[in-house]
Design a protein. Structure first.
Length: 358
């Protein structure tokens, strides 16, 4: 790479967007100290009213599409997206150039007085960004009242800090770190409590598929383990359903050449989620994600949960029990057997240990 090489990164205006792109630029600069990296802020054509009605973390579906179109049109060479907002497969002409080393993949609870969920008073309103968080919080803490907040994390944070609609807020911990609100975090929800959403804590760098120079440059910041985790989680989510309206949680953990993926479909009726685990070759991450999803989709309880997601106000009376079976009431009864059992349970605690894949 020549010392005069310059690369442009596109982003939308906004506090979180700029903070995330700046993180990417800093990592690229460390990998390529002689290259120049410029942030290009593009105007957002998406109507505020449209964004305010959608469920997402950082970018709405319309914003993601707009950024991808601008990339294809050559307005810039790279666009960085939170993996939880990314939809697969990639549009024709685009490629995933790199996936950065994963930040904290879990959810965090924000409370101004530092109170944890167990100690919150009866009826406390908890702002959530997805049906996944809503269903898991309802099951774990039935004394709390989850409130679905649309319009992304920044809008939800504003609601929490400046309005009286909610007393606390559950958001992806990594986004909280990027926004600099760690002081408000009262609790981290580890996966034994709540499974995160697909792609949480991951930033993907997209480039044009024929831009070999940019792809080669970005490869220096690609984390192979994080890349495999992202592919597995997104494949799982896409096989079930791609939007935030479905209460789906998943966490992939890469360790050496293996990948462990834990997935669950939650219930809006308050029943325990149906959960399953699969382990296999990390090089087949997407196939493993699909395999796990299909195992869950074969389970009656999971299908009922998906119907509940489509009919939040209840199924029609003549279809109220489409399978003629009662829901299983406990997590233990709802968990599918592990597809490939492994005696080494320490693999499931990968994010409690230092990562060495950089």
């Amino acid at each position: 790479m020549k010392s005069t090489d310059t690369f442009t990164l596109g982003t939308l205006d906004g506090r979180l967007n700029r903070a995330q792109t700046q993180i990417v630029i800093e990592r690229l600069r460390r990998a390529h100290p002689k290259a120049l990296f410029d942030m290009v802020t593009v105007a957002d054509p998406t109507a505020h009213r449209e964004r305010a009605m959608e469920l997402y973390s950082t970018h709405s579906p319309a914003e993601v599409s707009f950024l991808q179109e601008q990339l294809l049109d050559g307005k810039y060479q790279i666009v960085d997206l939170c993996a939880e907002d990314l939809r697969m497969p990639m549009p024709d002409g685009l490629a995933i150039a790199a996936v950065l080393e994963r930040d904290t993949p879990y959810d965090a609870l924000l409370h101004k007085q530092g109170i944890i969920a167990d100690d919150l008073p009866e009826g406390t309103r908890v702002g959530v960004l997805s049906h996944r968080s809503q269903t898991q919080i309802s099951m774990l803490w039935p004394h709390l009242k989850p409130v679905l907040l649309r319009g992304g994390t920044v809008a939800a944070l504003t609601t929490f800090l400046q309005q009286d609609e909610v007393e606390c807020l559950a958001i992806p911990a990594a986004i909280g770190e990027r926004l600099g609100v760690q002081d408000l975090v009262s609790e981290i929800f580890f996966p034994e409590m709540m499974l995160p959403g697909a792609g949480q804590g991951l930033i993907a760098l997209l480039a044009r598929a024929d831009d070999t120079q940019t792809i080669a440059m970005a490869a220096a910041v690609d984390s192979a383990q994080s890349h495999q985790e992202m592919l597995g989680e997104l494949a799982f989510r896409e096989r079930i359903r791609s939007d935030q309206d479905c209460p789906v949680g998943v966490l992939a953990q890469a360790n050496d050449d293996n990948l462990i993926i834990t997935g669950a479909i939650g219930s809006r009726s308050g029943c325990a989620p149906t959960q399953a685990v699969v382990k296999g070759d990390a090089r087949a991450a997407a196939d493993l994600g699909v395999r796990l999803a299909e195992e869950l989709l074969q389970n009656t309880s999971s299908l009922i949960d998906l119907l509940e997601a489509d009919f939040p106000d209840g199924l029609p009376d003549d279809h109220a029990d489409p399978f003629g079976q009662e829901r299983e009431p406990t997590l233990k009864e709802g968990v599918l057997e592990e597809l490939e059992p492994d005696d080494d349970e320490d693999d499931l605690d990968e994010y409690a240990l230092p990562r060495d894949d950089l």
